[in-house]
Design a protein. Structure first.
Length: 213
């Protein structure tokens, strides 16, 4: 397994979320996550499945020792010979518990967001606040700040839900200066030759920018 941990800061599920985003374009690979005290977690985005001996109810909220890497799907017999678990419930957990208090690095605070389809809450651990925010995103396009205000929740809670839905690929975003909506998991990344993005403050944001390179 190729591992990019090295000298990188460890951010638990945030590192997994950031590694998952490009996996939709890596159809021959699976993501392998090694967490201290657990068997390896294998995620096949193309097959919408994962393999893990740990029950979702026992998943750590903040895994401390964690390694993430890609490997060929053909390398692991579990992926090629056994049925996996449905992926959306795992992505929900990862999305809620990554980027603590912040939006995922591929999302923009001034964009508006709306659900493409309703999540299956029968398989997702959820609260009444989650259901209320989901209902709002199902009927209107809202910024994360508008969502927090209208749902009467802390802004960080609204960001967590938006992060999770984006990782689940059931969210669309609309930029203030662009009329056409696009998937919220597929926003273009500003390059060095493009117009400079607004400055990002805070130590955590700078570390996330480093991880995103």
């Amino acid at each position: 397994m190729s591992d990019d941990a090295g000298a990188m800061p460890r951010f638990g599920w945030t590192r997994v979320a950031m590694a998952l985003r490009p996996m939709w374009d890596a159809q021959d690979d699976v993501l392998r996550v090694e967490i201290a005290g657990h068997e390896p977690l294998l995620i096949d985005v193309t097959a919408n499945a994962y393999w893990w001996s740990t029950d979702l109810a026992d998943m750590p909220i903040e895994p401390l020792e964690l390694r993430v890497g890609r490997e060929s799907r053909e390398q692991d017999s579990a992926v090629t010979t056994t049925p996996g678990n449905e992926l959306q419930s795992l992505l929900w957990h990862i999305g809620l518990n990554s980027f603590p208090g912040e939006l995922a690095w591929w999302l923009q605070r001034d964009d508006t967001y709306r659900l493409q389809r309703w999540p299956n809450f029968t398989t997702l651990a959820h609260t009444p606040d989650h259901v209320r925010m989901t209902s709002m995103l199902g009927y209107a396009s809202l910024t994360v700040d508008e969502l927090a205000e209208q749902a009467n929740v802390a802004p960080a809670e609204a960001r967590r839900v938006v992060n999770a839905f984006s990782l689940m690929r059931i969210l669309r975003s609309t930029a203030p200066d662009v009329a056409m909506a696009r998937p919220a998991f597929d926003r273009p990344v500003v390059t060095a030759t493009a117009t400079a993005a607004p400055a990002r403050g805070g130590l955590f944001r700078r570390l996330l920018d480093r991880l995103a390179r």
